[in-house]
Design a protein around this ligand. Structure first.
Ligand code: BGP
Length: 467
């Protein structure tokens, strides 16, 4: 049986807004989710998994189950309630305590600076489309490096630029709930990459200890049947959602074929991308200096050519088969009958992870190392006799770990895996019935219960091989 690399991290992931709860504690300021979720009235994020109060218990539990790494994020509005200006000492102290508790329990913190939680005032100013946001984010990052620099060895600038812009401007299930505005999405991705690059520059020039990277969601795209039109649709979505960001990350520019497709998509959607020469200098600097890439992988997509107007239905309830995703100038995601899906219509396709890992290695040979920073299966778990028999999740994770081992054997430098999520958490657009955790959370009592997958994961982490 093939072993994982010696220093491999068997981690678990969380994000501040999804795990901490305590949205109004310690002077925390609002993100763009607070009012929006309240108005919508569907799910209440105020308590989430109460990680704000229960982190010590959770980290002890993580350690007891063989977990040696955790993704946490720093909620920008706990530290700067308005995004800029006044600092909340209670927020600053909280992250000292949290990071210390990670280290005391032997669980290495990988700390994300932006995990979908822009402060409300900066969101109102235009979010990633506004220069004020970019400047404020760089200032927030510098503050964190100064404050926590000695303790944190792994920094992540931004979590999933693609999901942010797809949610905000294409699917419309993240505020400001705009649909099909691909030009805004592209501009926003470019701006996020520029902010990322500025932060990498600050980090490296000031010689902070530790490593810095970015996390991209990277889903492979395949033609549903092998026709030139379907191949083109798959390639176009791959360029829009993956290559545009990877080019910026590792080349510091957009390659000619990427730009050609992006321009065509923008034209078909009546928009254009604004860039400045000095931004490419920053991107090129960061491309050379970045220490690692985080890949979040849950699913891949099968594409068919599509000529009509854009149409999307987000399946946020787990009603299988209800998703629609068709974009003008790109293509339509369709069901592949040979591939199983989750109740939320996410195709379960570990081969897509292997293909993506190989693709990154081949296309961007200057990448240094990769962590799979999120992977896991959302399910409607049921607690019976104090546990959950989540064999489907075990199967899912096993298959994806096998894909990672295959990639490692084929020369891809993968150094860790973080299951999404450590415990059940709040899901941005699906609420609380889509559970991913190794630990079941009773959201009424906040009691934790290890699932069967937690015991299984422990065995793997202990033996450092798949069982
Ligand atoms: C990723 C996000 C996470 C988490 C996960 C599961 O895109 O980084 O924050 O939410 O997806 O997604 P969902 O909760 O929509 O099922």
């Amino acid at each position: 049986m093939q072993k994982f690399p010696k220093q491999f991290i068997f981690g678990a992931a969380t994000a501040a807004y999804q795990a901490e709860g305590a949205t109004q504690t310690g002077g925390k300021g609002k993100t763009y989710w607070d009012d929006y979720l309240k108005e919508q009235g569907t799910f209440n994020p105020n308590t989430a998994s109460d990680f704000y109060h229960k982190y010590e218990e959770d980290l002890k539990q993580a350690h007891a189950f063989g977990i040696n790494g955790i993704r946490i994020s720093i909620a920008w509005t706990r530290i700067f309630p308005e995004g800029t200006g006044k600092i909340s000492q209670s927020g600053v102290d909280y992250y000292h305590k949290l990071i210390d508790a990670c280290l005391e329990n032997g669980v290495e913190p990988f700390v994300t600076l932006h995990h979908f939680d822009t402060p409300y005032p900066l969101y109102k100013q235009g979010d990633w489309l506004a220069q004020e946001m970019l400047d404020a984010f760089v200032a927030f990052a510098e503050f964190c490096f100064e404050e926590y620099g000695g303790k944190v060895s792994y920094w992540i600038t931004i979590n999933e630029p693609w999901s942010v812009v797809a949610g905000q401007y294409i699917i419309g299930h993240f505020p400001p709930n705009i649909q099909y505005d691909i030009p805004k999405a592209v501009q926003s991705m470019h701006n996020m990459m520029v902010a990322h690059a500025r932060i990498v520059k600050t980090f490296k020039e000031n010689k902070y200890a530790g490593e810095i990277g970015i996390v991209h969601i990277l889903e492979s795209k395949y033609p549903i049947t092998d026709t030139p039109e379907n191949r083109d649709a798959a390639e176009r979505e791959h360029i829009l959602a993956n290559r545009f960001l990877l080019d910026a990350t590792f080349m510091g520019r957009y390659s000619a074929d990427v730009m050609c497709v992006i321009q065509d998509i923008l034209e078909q959607n009546n928009g254009k991308l604004e860039t400045r020469p000095e931004e490419f200098e920053l991107l090129a600097y960061a491309a050379e200096k970045i220490d690692f890439l985080g890949i979040n992988y849950y699913a891949s997509h099968f594409l068919k050519a599509y000529e009509g107007e854009s149409q999307i239905h987000h399946n946020g309830t787990g009603e299988k088969g209800s998703s629609i995703f068709a974009l003008k100038g790109i293509g339509e995601r369709v069901n592949n009958v040979e591939i199983p899906t989750t109740d939320w219509d996410w195709p379960i396709y570990p081969q897509g992870l292997l293909d993506m890992l190989l693709n990154v290695k081949e296309t961007y040979p200057n990448y240094k190392k990769i962590y799979v920073t999120e992977n896991g299966m959302g399910d409607k778990d049921i607690l019976v006799n104090g546990t959950v028999q989540d064999v489907g999740r075990i199967d899912y994770v096993r298959q994806h770990l096998e894909a990672i081992l295959d990639a490692v054997e084929r020369g891809v430098n993968v150094q860790g895996y973080f299951i999404w999520s450590l415990m059940d958490v709040f899901s941005w657009t699906n609420g609380y019935n889509k559970r991913y955790g190794l630990f079941y959370v009773d959201f009424e009592t906040q009691q934790r219960y290890p699932k069967k997958s937690a015991y299984w994961y422990k065995e793997i982490a202990d033996k450092k091989e798949l069982i």
